[in-house]
Design a binder for this molecule. Structure first.
Ligand code: CO8
Length: 260
């Protein structure tokens, strides 16, 4: 399937989604946000895909933010509709059963960093630059940044980044707890592929349940989160994957998980 400004490539059960608008540093206009929604839904449905990776086309950018040229002239209600559309996509990524990794290959600014923050975790190239510079444009992050960043790194550092609009290097973003790992630019795809494939060899219902427990548990009181975890744990005992995983351990062989 073809999407405007989005490229999809599926290799060895890993679905690579590339935001492809390099002339505008992959900035998100409403058309790209619409395409992203469709592409992500198709990847979630595609039985050949176990793990999704989001990255940017070209040498310079992951995504340099919402499209400033499109946003410049819009009225408040249209701005709210644009933000809500973006937020729905962010929520969709968080609720996807499949793990989603952000491979930040360059600028991840504003809505671009917010897109990366919606992913399960972020790997970055050593040339990447990350920040939420919206206040330098007279607005605030509208794509989940004021909610997701404080939950990830705590409110004080999130306030520092958002109030100042400063841009972090990949290494600084790692020190701040935004990025899990930084790789040399030329190795980024291969290293992301390695971890994505390692994940894809596991029981994917178990991985989906772990994501469910973490994402939903973060919005619950701990007591409720623990109960939710034990229910998910129990449910896994009706799956073939649980039987295969445990029997393989006992037989001292590698498990062969069949469940997509
Ligand atoms: N929107 C539109 N066009 C952009 C954007 C953008 N965010 N970023 C870059 N471009 C365009 C430039 O205008 C330029 O186009 P042209 O060639 O036609 O002049 C082209 O991409 C290349 O960019 P530069 O020439 O500026 O490249 P430099 O290497 O000199 O600079 C920077 C790179 C530092 C990344 C610079 O382009 C920049 O500062 N970009 C803007 C970054 C920014 O402020 N992002 C935040 C935007 S606001 C936002 O994201 C709010 C999101 C909230 C809701 C979103 C809901 C979906």
């Amino acid at each position: 399937m073809k999407y405007n400004h989005i490229l999809i490539e599926v290799t060895d059960n890993i679905g690579w989604l590339k935001v492809n608008r390099p002339d505008s540093l992959n900035a998100l206009n409403s058309e790209v946000v619409g395409s992203l929604e469709y592409a992500l839904r198709d990847l979630e449905q595609d039985a050949a895909v176990k793990v999704v990776v989001i990255t940017g086309a070209g040498e310079k950018a992951f995504v340099a933010g919402g499209d400033i040229k499109e946003m410049a002239a819009i009225a408040p209600l249209a701005a709210r509709a644009f933000a809500r559309k973006g937020q729905q996509m962010i929520e969709y990524i968080e609720k996807m059963h499949k793990p989603v990794i952000a491979a930040v290959n360059g600028y991840a600014l504003g809505g671009g960093l917010e897109l990366a923050l919606a992913c399960d975790f972020i790997y970055a190239s050593d040339k990447a630059k990350l920040g939420l510079p919206e206040v330098t444009l007279g607005v605030i992050p509208g794509f989940g940044g004021t909610q997701n960043l404080p939950r990830l790194i705590g409110p004080n550092r999130a306030k520092e980044l958002i109030f100042s609009g400063k841009i972090l290097s990949a290494q600084q973003a790692k020190e701040w707890g935004i990025v899990n790992e930084v790789f040399p630019t030329e190795e980024l795809s291969a290293r992301v592929m390695e971890i994505a494939q390692a994940i894809s060899r596991n029981g994917m219902i178990a991985v989906a349940s772990a994501k469910d427990a973490i994402v939903n548990g973060l919005n619950m009181a701990k007591e409720d989160g623990l109960r939710y975890e034990s229910s998910l744990f129990a449910t896994l005992f009706i799956t073939e994957d649980q039987k295969e995983g445990m029997q393989a351990f006992i037989a001292k062989r590698k498990p062969e998980f069949k469940t997509k």
